[in-house]
Design a protein around this ligand. Structure first.
Ligand code: ADP
Ligand code: MG
Length: 726
């Protein structure tokens, strides 16, 4: 066994970079090749069908069955040209990742032969057996039916030999069983709430888009070493492992040269992504060794989120081709940075105005400040809920640890915007918010310099940071479905915008001009957020934890407890008023969250126990035996001497750690037995949280043993081996 590990390590060092499948073309020649996008729609659909489909996509007008048949016909023709043999509805259940059930396109032709078929009904709706997906008890066992329904706003695509149709997943009684349905509802809610405000400034606005640009962080490890680590394979993270002598302290990995084996993987990933119409733009090394990041050009949130799910699938698949495993877990390795997925988020109108970027004139700036402040108010009111939206058993290892993000949701504004807001509180309403001209000549009282977009100061410790034309929600975990947090964010902003508009309307009804009415409504809001949710200091400091509690922000650190924010009276009111979640859905989803939390910890605890007993203790005892044999030989030759004293000390240390591990593993097993009989999911998750906390205590003596035991006997690839190969 021991030599096996060293062989594996040697093998992985010897692996050569496998060349990527690079097409001899420009990216623009194959970009979107495997997507039924507008270009294909124009080619494969007749004018009338095309017009109806675009009306459906752009304006939400529903498609009749006849048109759906014609759309399906066009898609089928395109798909067969790409040698497609199967079709699947592609959806995002409340598990991690996506789900698909492939059906072959074949059917009898009625003349004794076989033909390929695909019609409107298979495009529009399917009925997968929903009983094996989490539903939090929405579906009683006798009603296992769930439906997937086509989402025309996210284009159909081809993966290998399969035509994939992005769909929502709902229960027989209409409740959402997935991530996409509530996201779509929240996107509609924020548009419905924002449009009337935009129209105060520009009557031509008829739709507001929510944009998402995600930054996906991940680790790569050699696949052979991965296979020798049961913890990585089963839980996605290392449950034990002593820190390497060198990790990220030299800061030499971030933006460093990408190792050739990794570069080839990235090229393959980008090519596959580009063919699927995913505008992958940025790739670089991240802070931790073997950690990388990939980011696309931002896009409409629903589509961009689908693309993130696709990229995660592609990563896992393509990494294997290059002899790697892509780790999307938030904290695969202790002691070095974990992985997040910054959600860059903004709003923009169908007339092309970015609502979270400074405007071109005083009016534009007033509109910008209006949206900016209302977002802050939403984040303030729902800060516990926003935290709950990013909380999970896996992200818990990042939350509150001394790296992004702190377990408190605050917003970073930067000096410029903090200054602007403070000044607005001082000047009379109606004072134009002017932009400094190109020559730097200031013509107004409240300035937003033009260089602003480029010079926002960075604060990496903030979970929700303004970065010039967008907010970066940085607390999202690398393995998460962005739809979870984006649903909450958009719904909370929608609710706040609706309340705000009512206030402005009241003022305008009593005669106030627009700019005065808006500013009079904004002032109390600015005053309420500026010294509460807005915080530009160090989010990792202990003082901030105390200060945040004083400011009334949510400082809960227990993940199962955090989920309760979803069913608080404020959340319930907000979600039902915006039509995003019903009370039943919220309760059911929390059941799923608690259950998932419990299961994840339960699996980790089992793996930890078995590895401790079956891997670590035997290695420790083997080393003990070797020392004892050596001592006995020594004694035979030299008689009792000083050396035996130090050997005895080592033996004491080893058996002390072994004893410690045994006791703690037994205790953990007992705790699990007790937790397992708790019927209620919330209390069970609370009990499992304690078990999760106890794993660190088992890990400590194991990591100490790793430092003592003969390197050749150690049964697991070590951090220095896992982290510095590629
Ligand atoms: P950084 O690492 O400096 O935060 P990156 O360039 O890695 O920045 O990622 C920034 C992400 O933000 C990209 O996906 C980019 O397309 C996206 N983005 C830029 N502007 C906006 C915007 N207005 N709304 C939403 N996302 C945006
Ligand atoms: Mg970023």
């Amino acid at each position: 066994m021991s030599t096996d590990r060293l062989e594996l390590v040697k093998g992985s060092f010897e692996k050569k970079a496998l060349p990527a499948d690079v097409p001899q073309k420009k990216v623009s020649d194959y970009f979107g090749e495997l997507v039924f996008d507008r270009v294909k729609m124009r080619k494969y659909l007749d004018a009338k069908t095309l017009a109806s489909l675009l009306d459906c996509i752009d304006n939400g007008v529903s498609l009749d069955r006849e048109t759906a048949d014609l759309v399906a016909k066009g898609i089928k023709e395109w798909a067969l040209e790409h040698n497609v043999t199967h079709v699947t509805h592609w959806f995002q259940p409340l598990t991690e990742g996506t789900a698909e059930k492939h059906d072959s396109l074949i059917d009898y032709d009625g003349k004794g032969g076989i033909i390929e078929t695909f019609d409107g009904s298979s495009l529009v709706q399917q009925e997968p057996d929903a009983s094996s997906f989490p539903s939090g008890g929405i579906r009683e066992t006798f009603e296992a039916r769930g439906y997937t329904a086509w989402d025309p706003t996210s284009p159909v695509f081809i993966m290998d030999d399969t035509l994939c149709i992005p769909t929502v997943f709902i229960s027989y009684t209409g409740e959402a069983l997935d991530y996409k349905t509530p996201l779509k509802k929240a996107l509609k809610a924020v548009s419905d709430a924002a449009v009337p405000i935009c129209r105060l400034f520009n009557p031509d606005v008829s739709k507001v888009y929510s944009y998402l640009g995600w930054e996906q962080e991940y680790f790569l490890v050699d696949e052979a070493l991965y296979a020798a680590r049961p913890d990585l394979m089963i839980t996605g993270r290392t449950l034990m492992g002593h820190a390497s002598s060198k990790n990220q302290q030299l800061d030499d990995h971030y933006f460093g040269a990408i190792p050739p084996r990794v570069a080839e993987f990235m090229r393959d990933l980008e090519i596959a992504g580009h063919k699927l119409g995913i505008p992958i733009k940025t790739r670089h090394n991240e802070v931790a060794p073997n950690q990388f990041e990939l980011a696309p050009i931002y896009g409409e949130a629903n589509l961009s989120n689908d693309q993130n799910q696709l990229v995660m699938n592609l990563m896992r698949k393509i990494a294997r081709k290059h002899g790697f495993v892509a780790l999307l877990h938030e904290k695969p390795f202790d002691g070095i940075n974990g992985s997040g997925k910054h959600n860059n988020w903004s709003l923009g109108t169908d007339t092309g105005t970015a609502l979270l970027a400074p405007g071109k004139d005083a009016k534009g700036n007033l509109q910008f400040v209006t949206f900016f402040v209302n977002v802050l108010v939403a984040v303030q009111k729902h800060n516990a809920l926003l935290k709950a939206s990013i909380a999970s058993a896996t992200n818990a290892h990042r939350l509150g640890a001394n790296e992004a993000p702190p377990a408190i949701i605050s917003a970073f504004l930067g000096r410029t915007m903090t200054g602007v807001l403070r000044k607005l509180l001082e000047v009379p309403s109606g004072t134009p918010i002017e932009i400094a001209g190109k020559q730097g000549k200031s013509v107004g009282l409240v300035e937003i310099p033009e260089i602003f977009v480029d010079n926002t100061d960075r604060n990496r410790t903030s979970p929700f940071a303004f970065t010039g034309n967008r907010f970066e929600f940085r607390a999202v975990g690398s393995s998460a479905n962005c739809a979870g947090p984006l649903t909450v964010l958009n719904a909370a902003v929608a609710m706040q915008l609706t309340d705000f508009k009512k206030d402005v309307d009241k003022r305008m009804a009593s005669g106030a001009p627009l700019d005065i009415a808006v500013m009079d409504s904004l002032k109390p809001l600015i005053a309420s957020v500026i010294d509460t949710v807005c915080f530009d200091g160090n989010g990792y400091s202990d003082e901030w934890k105390e200060e945040a509690a004083r400011r009334g922000l949510d400082v809960e650190t227990s993940v199962p407890e955090m989920f309760k924010a979803f069913t608080s009276p404020e959340a319930l009111e907000m979600f039902t008023a915006t039509g995003v979640y019903s009370e039943k859905e919220l309760a059911a989803r929390n059941e799923v969250k608690w259950e998932t939390y419990t299961k994840k910890v339960q699996i980790e605890a089992r793996v930890m126990g078995r590895m401790a007993i079956n891997h670590i203790i035997p290695a420790a005892i083997e080393y003990e035996t070797a020392i004892l044999k050596n001592m006995s030989l020594y004694k035979d030759v030299f008689g009792d001497c000083g050396k035996l004293v130090t050997d005895k000390e080592i033996l004491d240390k080893i058996s002390g750690h072994v004893e410690d591990i045994r006791t703690k593993v037994d205790r953990m097993k007992e705790a699990r037995k007790k937790a397992n009989v708790i019927a209620d999911e919330y209390h069970k998750a609370l009990a499992y949280r304690e078990i999760a906390e106890s794993l660190a205590g088992i890990r400590r003596p194991i990591d100490k043993l790793e430092e003592i035991v003969d390197n050749r006997l150690w049964p697991l690839p070590k951090y220095r081996e896992l982290l510095f190969i590629s």
